[in-house]
Design a protein around this ligand. Sequence first.
Ligand code: HEM
Ligand SMILES: *[C@@H]1O[C@H](CO)[C@@H](O)[C@H](O)[C@H]1NC(C)=O
Ligand SMILES: *[C@@H]1O[C@H](CO)[C@@H](O)[C@H](O)[C@H]1NC(C)=O
Ligand SMILES: CC(=O)N[C@H]1CO[C@H](CO)[C@@H](O)[C@@H]1O
Length: 341
Amino acid sequence: MAGARGGGHGFVIMMQYWALGFVIAQLLQMAESQGGLQVGFYDQSCPLAEQIVRTVVERGVLQDHGNAPGLIRLHFHDCFVQGCDGSVLLDGAKSEKTASPNFSLRGFEVVDSAKAELEKQCPGVVSCADLLAFAARDSIELTGGKRWEVPAGRRDGNVSDNAEAEAMLPSPSLDVHQLTDSFTRKGLSQNDMITLSGAHTIGRIHCSTVVARLYPTTDPNLDADLAVQLKTLCPEVGGNSSSTFNLDPTTPELFDNMYYSNLFGGKGVLQSDQILFESWSTKLPTMFNVLSTTSFTSSFADSMLTMSQIEVKTGADGEIRRHCRVVNPVIAASSPASPPV
Ligand code: HEM
Ligand SMILES: *[C@@H]1O[C@H](CO)[C@@H](O)[C@H](O)[C@H]1NC(C)=O
Ligand SMILES: *[C@@H]1O[C@H](CO)[C@@H](O)[C@H](O)[C@H]1NC(C)=O
Ligand SMILES: CC(=O)N[C@H]1CO[C@H](CO)[C@@H](O)[C@@H]1O
């Protein structure tokens, strides 16, 4: 009897430890998944922050539909270099913007307008990094994707180096393993990579990027009709390297799952997209997205949530930039070790 009671007691203690362990695991997971960020971070300090960004993004996308893919890509390129800290927005002779994968970035003017409006309403409060995370989310929603709540509290960095951008941003000529590595290096899974590549359901590609698949020999993974179209737009000689082609030729401005259906038919315009169909490890999860736009857009929101928390700076780290293109001037009095001139 006593033994049985003792056993029961032991069981209760075990359950308590288990529950405690569970709670701790949950807390750790929460802290990790939010990366120190918080939904509604500006509720007190700048309650209109997200609304202001949303309004400016809507206006920008209305003026030029290309701003939607532009802002989504800016956020990706920001997060993969120095973490999501607005470093991609900094001007400078050797800043990230000047790296070769960045030659076609766009949306900077929308960021500038949103920042100007935010500074008018609540000066020095909302970071450029958060602005970009909100703007990317809004762009996806405006083109038909699923909305999600963006945890905020990112602070802006002041390091922006083109060599790091060259090293960290995946090139379209990588193979599946190299592509996967470039994502796992940033704490994202191969599934995140497959899902996030679905962003290529909107936006454009330049002839300068496409020609590697066309000349001197045509990439055998490329659909024959699509190859003819691309060669017409981007001839081997005398072409205009600034000409562009839709990444999703089927529904170029809609955030749907057509990107994946296109890959089925060899109609992935980017080489790094089409090769997701080369190995079964990527082919199956890729094909899964063909089934439903709803399930794709909701996985996409999840993966964006993860991406938007890469190596974020919070708390006393970083600063709140006044202008997204330049780091704040250092106030002389607050730099203790500044030598006398
Ligand atoms: C898997 C690795 C990736 C590679 C190799 C890659 C490469 C590229 C390239 C080469 C372009 C076209 C550039 C041009 O010719 O103008 C492009 C466009 C684009 N990429 Fe990616 N990308 C990748 C992942 C992503 C991710 C994760 C996102 C966002 C979540 C993204 C969003 C976009 C968007 C929206 C565009 C169109 C930009 C515009 O129209 O201005 N890409 N990408
Ligand atoms: C090349 O194409 C771009 C974009 O379509 C256009 O602005 C530019 O004028 C073109 N250049 C030439 C030489 O045709
Ligand atoms: C860079 O960021 C730090 C905060 O992390 C800040 O104290 C410093 O003044 C910034 N500016 C420059 C030019 O270093
Ligand atoms: C937007 C931007 O600054 N693009 C630059 C990217 O890099 C090239 C050089 O590779 C510059 O010429 C572009 O101005």
